[in-house]
Design a protein around this ligand. Structure first.
Ligand code: UD1
Ligand code: UDP
Length: 383
């Protein structure tokens, strides 16, 4: 069986590590994986570092599309992916999440009748102003196999009319939905101890005896709107008087801080001994930071879940989340880009640190579950 995996953005490269590892460990005689990197992310610390660190095979192809507007970037990727699918003739294509690389893969494959497997299906913010919401809806509705990491995702698909007890053959018109657990949970479990052994970021940043908040920001809804970005950074300045803040900056955010924050605010951030602004870190470093942090603040989908995996409270810098369960269990608070809400949420978690983190994201073997289903459903060829 031959599959083509499309990756492009940082979280997809990390997710691909789990599936590639499971193929290498259990299915190397049955599955051939061709990896296509669209080039959506290209800085070493947004791409190469993960291949080096997480034992992901080198991509067979890199389309080098780079950064551009949504239309241009998606069009370049679609063109490149279509050509590769025609050349490689895979049994199906694997798409992760909700980025422009996902959308391009979905459009390219569906139009030339290559079946799509969507990993992280069914998630919804119910906010179509988010580019990711458009991408995930299109991808889900072009897919043949949909793997939802959570019960809420599974229920969303049911509500959108996806059949649940349907029989094979599965096709784009008779898709099959599975609730299977989260592939990122597989990774966090697998790499947690390796991260402790192989990284020294806690020592390097002198955090061993210092309580700290780990924060990330990269959503365009925060970075591209000066008033929202200012509100978040004003909260960081206030927080830094109470607890050290460690902020690995996405390149989008680094660029826009200098454009969208006034000079006075920039001074208070860049010259603040209570805030460590650092370049993007590797995944193992990120896991080490998450494990040692007192609390996580983020607008990232992946980072809010990882806070939960490592049993840390999380303040979500968005008005809504696709990972509703972590809010429902009281372990995360939606504070949006609102300075006062952020401070209230911080005080709430200081007074009431969460203690119960029920199992929401599966058992750490989502990759094996998915590969078994792919083999059952698509295995018509041997290598
Ligand atoms: C993308 C995804 C988002 C995901 C995020 C993960 C879409 C629409 N968005 O957002 O869902 O959460 O990746 O990190 O697909 N840049 C660099 N170097 C890089 C990559 C980007 O400098 O290696 C800068 C460029 O200025 C670029 C900007 O970051 O214009 C945004 O990059 P882009 O890939 O368009 O979107 P992300 O914000 O990274
Ligand atoms: N991450 C990382 N280094 C960083 C920031 C994030 O390795 O400096 C990892 C993080 O641990 C998670 C993933 O990147 O696994 C999340 O990606 P991101 O926040 O870019 O995107 P999202 O999950 O919101 O799509």
């Amino acid at each position: 069986m031959k599959l083509v995996t499309i990756i492009g953005a940082r979280p997809q490269i990390i997710k691909a590590a789990a599936l590639s590892r499971a193929i290498r460990n259990h299915y190397s005689d049955k599955i051939q994986e061709i990896i296509v990197h669209t080039g959506q992310h290209y800085d070493d610390n947004m791409s190469q570092v993960f291949f080096d660190e997480l034992q992901i095979p080198r991509p067979d192809y890199n389309l080098h599309v780079g950064s551009a507007s949504h239309g241009v970037q998606t069009a370049r990727m679609t063109e490149g992916i279509e050509a590769l699918l025609i050349k490689e003739q895979p049994d199906f294509i694997v798409l992760y999440g909700d980025t422009n690389s996902t959308l391009a893969g979905a459009v390219a494959a569906a139009k030339i009748h290559v079946p799509i497997v969507h990993i992280e299906a069914g998630l919804r913010s119910f906010n179509k102003a988010m580019p990711e919401e458009i991408n995930r809806i299109v991808c889900d509705h072009c897919s043949t196999l949909l793997f939802s990491p959570t019960k809420a995702g599974f229920e969303n698909l049911k509500r959108e009319g996806f059949p649940i007890d349907n029989e094979p053959p599965y096709t784009i018109d008779n898709p099959k939905v599975f609730h299977c657990g989260d592939i990122m949970y597989d990774n966090s479990l697998y790499f947690a101890n390796i991260a402790e052994e192989k990284t020294d970021i806690i020592q390097r940043l002198e955090l061993a005896d210092k309580p700290f908040i780990l924060a990330t920001i990269h959503r365009d809804s925060n970075t591209d709107h000066p008033e929202r970005l200012c509100a978040i950074f004003k909260a960081f300045i206030r927080l830094s008087k109470d607890c050290h803040v460690v902020l690995p900056l996405h390149p989008r955010t680094s660029k826009l801080l200098k454009v969208n924050l006034n000079e006075e605010l920039q001074k208070q951030i860049f010259n603040n001994p209570g805030i460590s602004l650092i370049p993007p870190v590797s995944f193992l470093e990120m896991i080490a930071l998450e494990r040692h942090a007192q609390l996580v603040m983020t607008d990232s989908g992946g980072v809010q879940k990882e806070a939960y995996f490592f049993q840390k409270p999380c303040i979500i810098l968005r008005p809504e989340t696709e990972w509703v369960e972590i809010v429902q269990t009281g372990n995360a608070i939606l504070a949006d880009a609102d300075e006062n809400h952020i401070m209230e949420a911080w005080q709430h978690f200081k007074d009431n640190p969460p203690t119960a983190f029920p199992e929401i994201f599966g058992d750490g073997h989502a990759a094996e579950f998915m590969l078994e289903r792919m083999l059952e459903i698509f295995s018509r060829k041997t290598l």
